[in-house]
Design a protein around this ligand. Structure first.
Ligand code: MLT
Length: 239
């Protein structure tokens, strides 16, 4: 049977064999949730880039530019990293260039380590991602973006939800996947309470975030899209 592994932080990725495997990149608060919302609103493609400086260049090439640093929208950009920024019908048909502290970084890291396919996972597209994993032949790595190489609760919970969905289809023989699955199973009926205890939730409180991004990002299957990396762009491959 194919293997399903969970990597709880990008810092741990070098300890795994990535080449030839498919990787699901996870940044629940908020990069991968926002990417799903962008595609739900008709965005044509997303170019993940490494830094706000690099991202800014694409303004001259007709991209909508989105950048966040330390959970704050960077000055001079069209969008930050809140899903509410991307929940806008005016984005229909647009190309977006996007730089975030952890999410786009994790994606680039998976690419550098030789991932065969890279898809974007969030609670908003949980069933799409689970079905896609069932449909491919590869071993799977669920890569949590975490926060600056530290483990976080919300990404681990989502990895656990995928493990729970797929436990009869793939072999779970790593302790991080087992831990994520058990954490999710013990808390699946009160995900929001748990995520509100997380360090990123505290960061949002300190920033006096005006929108309830946590509630938004926990809406299971709200954006049934399948962002997948094709060349340098993420595109929506939902069937
Ligand atoms: C990131 O990619 O670093 C996060 O999504 C940060 C954020 O929530 O703004």
């Amino acid at each position: 049977m194919r293997k399903l592994e969970v990597v709880m932080s990008p810092a741990l990725l070098p300890y795994y064999k990535v080449a030839g495997k498919s990787v699901v990149v996870i940044d629940i608060l908020r990069a991968t949730s926002s990417m799903c919302v962008a595609f739900k609103n008709g965005v044509e493609k997303i170019l993940p880039v490494s830094s706000p400086e690099e991202c800014r260049i694409f303004k001259d090439f007709d991209f909508v530019i989105a950048a966040e640093k330390d959970a704050i929208k960077v000055d001079g950009f069209d969008l930050g990293n809140s899903p509410f920024d991307f929940d806008n019908y005016l984005l229909d048909g647009k190309s977006v260039a996007m730089a975030t502290t952890n999410g786009t970084k994790a994606l680039k890291y998976a690419q550098e380590h030789g991932a065969k396919n890279i898809v974007i996972g969030s609670f908003l597209n949980l069933t799409q991602v689970s079905n896609w994993i069932k449909s491919v032949d590869d071993d799977i790595i669920l890569l949590c973006a975490g926060w600056k190489d530290k483990v976080n609760l919300e990404d681990t919970l989502f990895a656990g939800a995928v493990c729970d969905n797929l436990q009869h289809d793939l072999t779970i023989d790593c302790d991080s996947a087992l831990s994520a699955k058990l954490l999710y199973q013990a808390n699946k009926d009160n995900l929001e309470d748990l995520v509100r205890m997380s360090s990123h939730a505290k960061r949002f409180q300190l920033l006096h975030l005006q929108t309830d991004d946590i509630k938004y990002c926990l809406q299971i299957d709200f954006a049934p899209v399948l962002p997948i990396l094709k060349g340098v762009y993420l595109v929506n491959d939902a069937k």
